[in-house]
Design a binder for this molecule. Structure first.
Ligand SMILES: [Zn+2]
Length: 170
């Protein structure tokens, strides 16, 4: 297996050299996905390019492949296609977040090193559906237990944190 993406790189150096990275990541490489994804998933293909844009480091590229998820209704496997265009501004200073070039999403990191596989993992976690389900499923979920109870529970859990965040910022 190609391990080139499980390395910590210096984003400043990579940007000034215009470095590119190609590789694959599999189930074993992405611990944060393992609770939601079947170990039978094939490796995900990744292409990354570092560059400078003004004073910013930008990372463009593509994450391509599919994840194998479990259907919440019938518990069968779902092939979930992944095709993500990366367009990130890589910053290690929160003060710069509001200044990043338009069209780029911020990727905040600590210190001066960046773990490439972690960026891919972040993007895949974001791409996961809240509830995985076959578009055409052999089992119909009972209407009562589908959304309402679940959504209310999530709201109750989220609210206290949002209030706390508000206090911190003030
Ligand atoms: Zn299903």
């Amino acid at each position: 297996m190609n391990k080139t993406l499980q390395i910590e790189i210096d984003p400043f150096l990579c940007a000034s050299q215009g470095r590119m990275f190609d590789g694959q990541l599999g189930y074993q490489d992405m611990q944060r996905l393992q609770a939601d994804v079947d170990p039978a998933m094939p490796d995900i293909n990744i292409h990354m390019e570092f560059a400078r844009k003004g004073k910013f480091i930008v990372l463009t590229g593509r994450i391509h492949g599919y994840l194998v998820l479990q259907c919440a209704a019938c518990l069968g496997a779902i092939d979930f296609p992944i095709d993500i265009d990366l367009k990130l501004a890589v910053v290690n200073d929160e003060a710069l977040l509001s200044l990043i070039p338009s069209g780029f999403e911020p990727h905040l990191f600590d210190g001066d090193k960046l773990l490439l596989s972690s960026i891919v993992e972040d993007e895949l976690v974001l791409a996961l559906p809240d509830i995985a389900r076959h578009e055409v499923c052999s089992i119909e979920l009972p209407r009562v237990s589908t959304s309402k109870d679940f959504v209310e529970e999530v709201d109750v859990k989220e609210n206290p944190f949002k209030v706390l965040e508000g206090f911190k910022n003030n």
